[in-house]
Design a protein around this ligand. Structure first.
Ligand SMILES: NC(=O)c1ccc[n+]([C@@H]2O[C@H](COP(=O)([O-])OP(=O)(O)OC[C@H]3O[C@@H](n4cnc5c(N)ncnc54)[C@H](OP(=O)(O)O)[C@@H]3O)[C@@H](O)[C@H]2O)c1
Length: 272
């Protein structure tokens, strides 16, 4: 454990998952952060550093009950890397306990994000939902939003590993939202005549006309292409997360900085 009176006390929920286990190592190695708790659904009582592949124990035991960890450890920041089915309830409990959620698990809808923002406001604290912690993906989203000013036609293809629970990805949804802030309506000119001989072939279509296609394949990590089209040209903006290590600087940065903010944020760009 990084023992320092000025360190931010951090709990990680979903600590044994693919993202969570990397986050354990990243938080343990980070200056200014102290891991004070780890929540998972199994291996209770085991040292979380050893359980996630570390060489030395860190003195933090895995616990299975988030509520009791919040009460006992009183973290300032809780990093949630669980799954869409529990992330909303977790976030409400974290905020209610006075801690600041850094939410990396995806799948929250706008109504839920609105409720979390209200809960944070009522507590006078802060929190953030980060659909993608990698700086490359943040830039990809910003570049796509900028290109939306100039292109009327666009489709998004996102590719993830085949264990991912939610579709489309949180990154694809966030990308579309940022693009829609620049151009509320995209062209849907051939919609009336289009025939899908295999239902779903054309992907999901947002009210703005942005289509999103989700590929789920073993071997993939997290990849996205935003493809703009116009007469005689295509513009492709692509990001590839090749290894989950690319998310960790963003996880650490969010945990370090969210305490200096007030309010609820969506997207890492608000902390950069
Ligand atoms: N924001 C980003 O940059 C980013 C990047 C990649 C992934 N993600 C998102 O992060 C989340 C985790 O991804 P992953 O690939 O690490 O998934 P994963 O390997 O399935 O890990 C999820 C972990 O959460 C645990 N869990 C589920 N419900 C729980 C609960 N109620 N309490 C405690 N732990 C619980 C699971 O436990 P069991 O093993 O017992 O089921 C599992 O260990 C997903 O929502 C994914 O979309 C975000």
């Amino acid at each position: 454990m990084n023992q320092s009176s000025s360190s931010v006390n951090v709990v990680i929920v979903g600590a044994l998952g693919r993202m969570g286990s990397q986050a354990v190592g990243a938080v343990l190695a980070a200056d200014g952060l102290e891991l004070v708790g780890a929540v998972a659904r199994r291996q209770a009582g085991e040292d979380v550093a050893l359980a996630t592949g570390g060489q030395a124990p860190c003195g933090v035991e895995i616990q299975t009950n988030l509520a009791s960890v919040l009460a006992d450890r009183k973290p300032e920041v809780v990093i949630d890397l669980t799954r869409p089915d529990c992330v909303f309830a977790n976030a409400l409990a974290i905020i209610d306990a006075g801690a600041r959620p850094v939410i990396g698990a995806t799948g929250l809808d706008n109504a839920q994000l609105g409720q979390l923002a209200q809960a944070v406001q009522a507590k006078g604290t802060s929190g953030i939902y980060v659909p993608n912690f990698s700086i490359g993906a943040v830039l990809m989203m910003q570049f796509a939003a900028q290109a939306s000013l100039y292109f009327d036609h666009v489709e998004i293809t996102e590719t993830h590993h085949n264990q991912k629970k939610d579709a489309p990805s949180g990154t694809a949804i966030r990308t579309a939202e940022l693009m829609e802030q620049k151009r509320p309506q995209f062209a849907t000119d051939n919609l009336a005549d289009e025939v899908e001989t295999l239902p779903g072939s054309r992907g999901g279509c947002r009210p703005s006309g942005i289509r999103i296609h989700s590929l789920r394949l073993p071997g993939a990590v997290a990849h996205q292409e935003v493809v703009f089209g116009d007469t005689g040209q295509l513009l492709t903006i692509r990001h590839d997360a090749l290894d989950r290590s690319c998310f960790m600087p963003g996880v650490v940065h969010a945990a370090r900085t969210i305490g200096s903010k007030r309010g609820f944020f969506v997207g890492l760009e608000h902390l950069l």
